[in-house]
Design a protein around this ligand. Structure first.
Ligand code: BTN
Length: 283
């Protein structure tokens, strides 16, 4: 692994990051070292004791470095998030020491037309990592939630960064939050959230998920992950409810298409829900 003079400078994958204002937030070098011990990929890693949101930090990094030609994936990890974000404007509870909060920023051109199914592919990468490292049977609730025994243990939030000049998607931030040992959830979450609940090294899980995503990106075109996604789905062949124009509707989930869309059978025929701003509930 390519780390030189870690205390003053990181040289990794052709990027030199000098310790300055930004790196002063880089408070736990031991965690970075441990992630590097497990990580196969040669990419920069930033670790924060506390931060608002690793997705936000990745965005700030992008704004600062977008003209520097940084084209490797870059990983941002925090022990605690003070403003962890979920989909649909929700928050993600991110207490210290008990969860994994990570964002992997990747260049969109490495994905070509495949950004549309990124969340779907990442859900498979996360469940693969959990199945490798602990003895659980994680399921996927379309589109971005990982469940264990009918409660959520992980959420995924992918955000696209658009180049204002070209109006094209330039980078994707893949944010992943896993409840590993969190026990005391706020009241509103206590019925729906749980933790992996097994001895699991956060840094090893972080490295495994990152390597899985980087490997998956090389073959995302073939859509092989869709079969795994289906086999782990919590919603397929179930009655579901979803909201359309603010109205709650019922349907049966019958398939996942090659773009990660949920194919449903409704009273008025078969249609596909895309991975945008839709939340689905299993009845
Ligand atoms: C969801 O449940 O809707 C998605 C949750 C995503 C949470 C992760 S934690 C790391 C990254 N930083 C954030 O602010 N959100 C994501």
């Amino acid at each position: 692994m390519c780390i030189m003079n870690l205390k003053s400078t990181i040289v990794c994958a052709n990027i030199t990051l000098k310790v300055g204002e930004k790196m002063a937030q880089y408070t736990d070098i031991e965690n970075v070292r441990e992630i590097y011990e497990y990580l196969k990929a040669d990419i920069p890693v930033f670790y924060y004791d506390t931060i608002d949101s690793t997705n936000n930090e990745a965005k700030r990094f992008y704004e600062k470095h977008k003209n520097d030609g940084v084209d490797t994936p870059t990983l941002f990890v925090a022990d605690h998030q003070s403003a962890g974000k979920g989909r649909l404007g929700r928050t993600f509870y991110s207490p210290s020491s008990t969860g994994l909060y990570m964002s992997l920023m990747i260049k969109a051109d490495s994905l070509a037309e495949n950004t549309v199914c990124m969340t779907t592919a990442v859900a498979v990468c996360v469940t693969d990592a959990l199945k490798t490292l602990c003895d659980i049977d994680p399921k996927i609730k379309w589109v971005n939630d990982i469940y264990v025994e009918n409660k959520k243990v992980c959420g995924i939030l992918c955000e696209a960064l658009t180049n204002p000049d070209t109006q094209k998607i330039d980078s994707i931030i893949i944010g992943i939050g896993v409840n590993i040992e969190t026990k005391d959830f706020p009241k509103e979450l206590s019925d729906i959230a749980t933790s992996v609940g097994q001895a699991l090294n956060r840094n090893e899980l972080c490295a495994k998920i990152t390597d899985n995503i980087i490997d998956m990106m090389k073959t995302i075109e073939d859509r092989k992950f869709i079969e795994k996604y289906k086999s782990r789905s919590l919603v397929l062949n179930k009655e579901i409810t979803y909201f359309e124009n603010g109205i709650e509707k019922s349907a049966t989930a019958i398939d996942i298409d090659n773009n990660g869309g949920l194919v449903i059978k409704t009273e008025s025929g078969v249609k596909t829900l895309s991975t945008g701003e839709i939340s689905v509930r299993v009845k």
